[in-house]
Each structure stands twice: as C-alpha cells, then as structure tokens.
Design a protein. Structure first.
Length: 88
C-alpha cells in the first residue's frame, strides 16, 4: 500500500519535513516514490511554511494512496490558501 506522509529533516530543535509518497513498509526517512512538497513549521517572516503540489496529491489519491492524518490537514490548508489566492 502507498501512503503520503511526512519525512523529518533538519537539525535538532529545528524540524523541516518533506511530504513524500512512499510504500508503507519503507522507513519514515527512507525510500520514497516521489517528493510532492514540504512543510516548515519553524518558518518566520517571508519564508514559505508550506508548499504542496496539489495536482500530484490528487493523482496519487486517485490511484489509491492514503494520506496520513497530518498530511490530510496540510493538504486541506494548502487547498484553502490556493482558493484564497485564486479569488484575489
């Protein structure tokens, strides 16, 4: 089974997460199929905190990939931001 999940990078007390499409059996930071975005919870100022390729998310979900709970929330947040940008 394929999942869409976060892989932790960054240094101690300064996390940075890549959003990966990976096989469920692969380790958290191990092999992945495709990188479709990132999440930086420590972003300050003009740094971008979240970037998600929503077209690729839709592609993988339509092919049976299951997003983790946190990734599902981040994707919803990205969709809301994209809708606000399109309306402006």
């Amino acid at each position: 089974m394929v999942t869409i999940r976060l892989a932790r990078h960054g240094s101690k007390k300064s996390p940075f997460y890549h959003i990966h499409v990976a096989d469920r059996a692969a380790s958290r930071d191990g092999r992945f199929i495709e990188r479709i975005g990132y999440f930086n919870p420590m972003a300050r100022g003009s740094a971008q905190a979240l970037r998600v390729d929503l077209d690729r998310v839709d592609h993988w979900v339509s092919n049976g990939a299951q997003p983790s709970d946190r990734v599902a929330k981040l994707v919803a947040q990205a969709r809301k931001a994209a809708a606000a940008d399109a309306a402006a």
